[in-house]
Design a binder for this molecule. Structure first.
Ligand SMILES: Cc1cc2nc3c(=O)[nH]c(=O)nc-3n(C[C@H](O)[C@H](O)[C@H](O)COP(=O)(O)O)c2cc1C
Length: 137
C-alpha cells in the first residue's frame, strides 16, 4: 500500500511535564497501531515536531484530530509527500523529549526544530528533508 509522510510543527500551549508527554505518547502509540500509522514525535522547549507515516486518507483524518488538540496550537504542515518506505518502521509512535538533553542526535534534532520554527533551510535542504535523512538507514 502506498504511504505518505506528513510532518508538522506546533507550539505547546503550556510547558509539558514528563507525565503529560507520556500521556500523549501512550495514546498515540495505542491509536496509531490500530490504523497502520508509524512515526516520531519530538518535543523541545515548548515546540512539537511530529512525523506521521501511513495511508494518505488515514493521515489526513488523524492530522485533523491532532490539530484540534488543545495541548498545542499554531500547527503548520511543513512536509506532506508520498514515500517509498517508512522511516520509523519500528515505532507506532516514538517520542523524544529534547529538553532532557540526553537524546541521541540531540544537536542535529535541535537544529531541525530551530530551522522549522522560522522556515529556514539547513544548507540546501528543508528541515523536514533533513530530519528524514537523520533517521534514514
Ligand atoms: C503533539 C501531539 C501529538 C499527538 N499525536 C497523536 C498521534 O500520533 N496519534 C493519535 O492518535 N493521537 C495523537 N495525539 C492525541 C490526539 O490529539 C487525541 O487526543 C487522541 O488521538 C484522542 O484519542 P482517543 O480518541 O483515543 O481519546 C497527539 C496530541 C498532541 C498534542
Amino acid at each position: 500500500m502506498s504511504i505518505n509522510q506528513l510532518i508538522y510543527i506546533s507550539q505547546a500551549t503550556r510547558k509539558m511535564s514528563n507525565s503529560e508527554l507520556l500521556q500523549i505518547h501512550t495514546t498515540a502509540q495505542e491509536n496509531n497501531a490500530k490504523i497502520d500509522v508509524t512515526g516520531s514525535l519530538f518535543y523541545n522547549g515548548g515546540w512539537f515536531l511530529q512525523v506521521l507515516e501511513g495511508p494518505i486518507e488515514t493521515l489526513s483524518k488523524l492530522y485533523i484530530k491532532i490539530e484540534k488538540d488543545p495541548r498545542h496550537k499554531n500547527s503548520r504542515i511543513i512536509y506532506n509527500e508520498p514515500a517509498k518506505f517508512r522511516t520509523f518502521t519500528r515505532w507506532t509512535m516514538n517520542m523524544t523529549n529534547l529538553d532532557d538533553r540526553q537524546a541521541d542526535k540531540y544537536d542535529e534534532l535541535v537544529e531541525v526544530i530551530e530551522a522549522a520554527k522560522t522556515d529556514r533551510k539547513i544548507g540546501s535542504a528543508s528541515p523536514a528533508v533533513t530530519l528524514l535523512k537523520i533517521f534514514k538507514n
